[in-house]
Design a binder for this molecule. Structure first.
Ligand SMILES: [Zn+2]
Length: 237
């Protein structure tokens, strides 16, 4: 066979392979019956209950960047009531505002917060608290918080508003297990037992789903709660 024909043949084989790859990729992403599981499908929206994948963080960032996408994602893993935006004094307020009642099967006393904080709390419950609680011998039934919205400056500052002033953070102080035991961060953080391990796993895992996480290791003001925040510079202590 002449050399030029051999080259043409090789090019044809490569183009066919490339075409198959492109078609396969297009089908996996765009076909309604794509066999890709939700968590591995980059174009499918965040599902709180889906297993984690490389895409989960991307999907979460995409969800919290739009009110509609955030509420749709929250539908997959929380019990909440959507409320009209709250306009507080000055720059204070909550938008988009939800009243969060449960994340997964874990109840909370209703807390008004932003959709982003509610969604991140749901991800934390599903992917961190739930697996971490297995070492406690009983699942978590309730999450105890110290609210989210509070129109006030940062503690120790007179002018800078706290992220609580726009409900972009929630303070969590304890849990009640299904067997009735109540665990408080303030008394459970130190030591090397199962409860201390649980709280440390809860803090470390929170850093995957919130942007800023402050706890007892940060300062004495946070000795009794985790401050879980949906924006900031990525501090995790
Ligand atoms: Zn706080």
């Amino acid at each position: 066979m002449p050399k030029s024909l051999r080259i043409l043949g090789r090019i044809a084989v490569r183009l066919t392979l490339l075409g198959c790859l492109l078609w396969g990729g297009w089908w996996l992403l765009m076909a309604g019956d794509s066999p890709l599981p939700t968590q591995w499908h980059p174009l499918k929206p965040l599902d709180v209950a889906a297993d984690e994948s490389w895409w989960t963080g991307v999907k979460l960032r995409r969800a919290v960047s739009s009110d509609r996408a955030c509420l749709a994602a929250l539908d997959t893993g929380a019990d909440y009531v959507s409320l009209p935006p709250l306009e507080g004094e000055g720059a204070c307020g909550i938008d988009p505002r939800v009243s969060l009642r449960a994340v997964g099967d874990v109840g909370l006393s209703p807390v008004e917060t932003t959709c982003a904080v509610a969604l991140r709390t749901a991800m934390w419950e599903r992917h961190v608290l739930r697996p971490a609680s297995q070492t406690l011998g009983s699942p978590i039934a309730r999450l105890h918080h110290q609210s989210s919205y509070n129109c006030r400056p940062i503690r120790g500052s007179t002018s800078r508003l706290s992220t609580h002033a726009t409900a972009e953070a929630i303070d969590v102080r304890g849990v009640t297990l299904a067997d009735g035991r109540r665990l408080e961060l303030v008394s459970g953080w130190t030591g090397d037992g199962a409860e201390a391990a649980f709280w440390r796993a809860a803090r470390d895992g929170a850093c995957d789903w919130f942007v800023t996480v402050l706890g007892p290791d940060y300062n004495a003001l946070h000795a009794d709660h985790f401050h879980l925040q949906s924006r900031g510079w990525g501090l995790c202590r």
